[in-house]
Design a protein around this ligand. Structure first.
Ligand SMILES: [Zn+2]
Length: 243
């Protein structure tokens, strides 16, 4: 490479780098390097995915005897009621039926200008508690931050925040629309399981999730911190991870 060509390529590289680092925080027309929208806002459709269902029970609560699949469906319906006045809402399942994860992805991909929120409850060591939020895509980060903040606000206890996790799951990597998976608390923690057992708490959770979605639709990523770097990885397959 001649020195002139080298200087020219360096300038181009710097210009590209500069344009990346000075991207406005709020935008809906921007695309990430995989061609997907980031700075997400203005979406009209919310796909609400109640985790598990049918033969897939999800996590059981030893303290209350409830099953994750029942609690996710109940919370999903509450969330739909909270959002129905201002969004087009789709329930991935509306009864106790089994829907394969790849089928959930295929259904989500029928919609444009939409986001997918998958609702789960967690399981782990007895001492763990608090909400947790999973995302993978760059354009899902702002919504994930808002959802985690909103759930943490209503969750009691000083340790009641498990934070954001960037993880390649079938419902965070494979849909062609922004998608976030929330864990609304630990069914394996007796105190939190009793909290989640209370319909009033699940209503509060649904209200908090709805508020986060509304804010994201209205102002995009403003105030949600720097975007994570784009990651290119193959679609998640059965057996990669749980969920
Ligand atoms: Zn689950």
């Amino acid at each position: 490479m001649t020195r002139l060509l080298y200087l020219f390529s360096s300038a181009v590289a710097l210009a590209v780098l500069a344009s990346c680092t000075t991207l406005p925080v709020v935008a809906s027309a921007g695309r990430d390097d995989a061609g997907r929208r980031w700075g997400l806002r203005g979406f009209k459709t919310i796909i609400i995915d109640a985790g598990h269902g049918g033969k897939d029970f999800g996590a059981p609560s030893k303290s209350t005897g409830q099953l994750e699949k029942t609690l996710t469906l109940d919370t999903a319906k509450r969330l739909r009621a909270e959002l129905a006045d201002s969004f087009h809402t789709i329930l991935m399942r509306s009864d106790d039926s089994f829907v394969d994860l790849d089928e959930r992805v295929a259904r989500a991909n029928r919609y444009d200008n939409a986001v997918l929120v998958s609702i789960h409850f967690n399981s782990g060591p007895r001492s763990l508690r608090g909400p947790e939020t999973y995302f993978w895509r760059v354009d899902s980060h702002g919504l994930a931050v808002r959802l985690q903040r909103a759930m943490t606000r209503i969750s009691p206890g000083p340790q009641a925040n498990r934070g954001l996790v960037r993880r390649r799951l079938r419902l965070t990597r494979n849909p062609l629309i922004p998608c976030v998976l929330v864990e609304g608390g630990y069914l394996s923690n007796p105190a939190e399981a009793h909290l989640i057992c209370d319909p009033a708490y699940r209503q509060g959770l649904a209200r908090a999730i709805a508020a986060a979605i509304r804010t994201q639709a209205a102002i995009g990523d403003a105030g949600t911190g720097p975007l994570p770097p784009p990651l290119t990885s193959p679609p998640s397959r059965a057996g990669d991870r749980r969920k």
